[in-house]
Write a protein that binds this ligand. Sequence first.
Ligand code: CDP
Ligand code: CDP
Length: 222
Amino acid sequence: MGLIANQYHVAIAIDGPAASGKSTIARMLAKKLGLVMVNSGEMYRAVTWKILEAGIDPRDVSTIVKALGDMHLDCGINGCFSTIAIDGRLLRDELRSENVNRAVSVVSAIAAVRSRLVSLQREYLQTTSLVMEGRDIGSVVFPKTPYKIYVDASADVRAARRLAEGVTDSVVSRDQADSSRETAPLIVADGAVVLDNSHHTVDSAVEAALVILRGQGLRWSE
Ligand code: CDP
Ligand code: CDP
């Protein structure tokens, strides 16, 4: 499958709360449609990891803003996935540590962190068509894209899915923080269609996402 030739690069925005299935759906859409999948959460996680590694308190906004100015962030693409390196170190498994899970919503609420990462997220579209998942992709990063899905699932289902992955992650408190922050809170963006992923299988959720995208005007060859 591939997108039907388009003069411009296309952005598909996938937003929603923690463990709703955004990454899973985005990854499979990217594969089916021949797009790059950009995981914006990993960018917030990477900055958080670096702050913690430097021994900075995640609530110390002024020190974080200063440290951010000195950080070299390298956002790349490997195959059909985004990558992130900070100061020359490629980050992967460390992004999912419990310490990062605990601190990431605090660091992501800082406006200076958001504006630096939003610029880097928009730069990807200069290079490629993409599916980007996060919290504010349809509302802030690419508000003009017609292709927007908000993936939701009940809190119980989301907590159970994280547990099944063997991860300790307080999804409810992270959602609370992400939804109530002043800058770019988690919302259903204008024009987004909600996909309730509580009772889908992975395959049926991807099929539902494709139906939504077709309804939003996306065309691809089978
Ligand atoms: O995978 P999961 O949904 O658990 O989280 P994630 O997508 O890796 O995002 C981790 C955290 O980064 C979120 O809880 C938000 O605090 C923050 N984030 C954000 O503020 N904006 C985004 N576009 C993506 C993530
Ligand atoms: O990116 P986000 O935090 O929203 O979720 P994820 O990292 O895709 O994790 C969702 C987990 O639920 C994964 O282990 C999926 O295999 C599983 N899952 C799903 O995403 N969708 C379903 N319909 C059923 C299970």
